[in-house]
Write a protein of this length. Structure first.
Length: 264
């Protein structure tokens, strides 16, 4: 059992439920899994559904709405759990151990709890608004690197790149500007973990287009509680539904990051 640092009974109960959901993910990771295609590139496995159903069943006692990827109907965030049962499904389907359960709890117009759990690597990132961010039993902070050329930057490629040329061009143009100006780029395949890796100082920054609230709601809180910053690609406030591009960083490289992303 991983020691939990935040003293809040409701938080602890939710944390325990996500820990149990992690056992289901681990079972799926070590067995043959049935996989279906939601889109040309977008996969769903029987375990995405199983984990989501398990979380909804266990979390319903908190009397909330659910905004959950595999049973999504509308963006009704009022007192809701925002759930991605498996973030990094392509990794999960290919047995790459970079995949996580992401759960945010939204109350009074903001996310107040964030949980991102990779049970394969036994890494549980979590935060409560105003109380800092943690990886297992350790408080985490963003890195102190303030030089973009020394910065390790993460990104992701939208599933829409298969059919939307504008999105594909966005990816290529941004890579062309970012890659020569940073230390290197990583595309590990889980936006929730990308945000947590910025939060824990492994990366200096992360950007991606077309993400959904369940990809980022928990990770954003974890990053902000670790001292990081999130905006859109114009440096404006990131809106979970409306914004096209997320830009997340340790804060120190943010201005430069936005400047480079806006090069023509
Ligand atoms: C995906 C991952 C990936 C990102 C995609 C997401 P999924 O979520 O976060 O890193 O590049 O845009 O959709 O499909 O594995 O839940
Ligand atoms: Ca996702
Ligand atoms: Ca998912």
């Amino acid at each position: 059992m991983i020691p939990l640092q935040i003293v809040d009974e409701r938080f602890k109960k939710i944390y325990e439920i996500i820990l149990s959901a992690g056992e289901i993910l681990k079972e799926g990771f070590s067995s043959a899994v049935s996989i279906q295609e939601k889109g040309i590139k977008d996969l769903v496995t029987e375990y995405d559904i199983r984990i989501e159903n398990f979380l909804k069943e266990k979390l319903k006692k908190f009397n909330t709405n659910f905004v959950a990827e595999e049973s999504f109907l509308t963006y009704d965030f009022s007192n809701s759990f925002i759930i991605d049962p498996i973030d990094g499904t392509t990794n999960f389907a290919h047995k790459i151990p970079h995949t996580a359960i992401s759960v945010a709890y939204y109350e009074n117009n903001k996310v107040i709890y964030g949980f991102v759990y990779n049970p394969i690597l036994n890494e549980f990132f979590y935060a409560k608004k105003g109380e800092g961010a943690y990886l297992n039993d350790k408080k985490i902070n963003v890195s102190k690197i303030d030089n973009f050329q020394r910065s390790l930057i993460a990104t992701g490629f939208p599933y829409s790149s298969a059919e939307n040329e504008e999105d594909l061009n966005f990816v290529i143009t941004k890579l062309k500007h970012i890659l020569p100006r940073c230390q290197d780029i990583r595309r590990l395949g889980s936006a929730a973990l990308d945000l947590c890796y910025v939060a824990s100082g492994r990366y200096e920054g992360f950007y991606e287009i077309n993400l959904k609230p369940w990809d980022v709601a928990a990770g954003i809180l974890i990053l902000e509680e670790a001292g990081g910053i999130v905006s859109d690609n114009f440096g404006e406030e990131y809106d979970l539904i409306e914004s096209k591009c997320i830009v997340a960083s340790n804060g120190l490289i943010h201005e430069k990051f936005i400047e480079i992303l806006n090069k023509k």
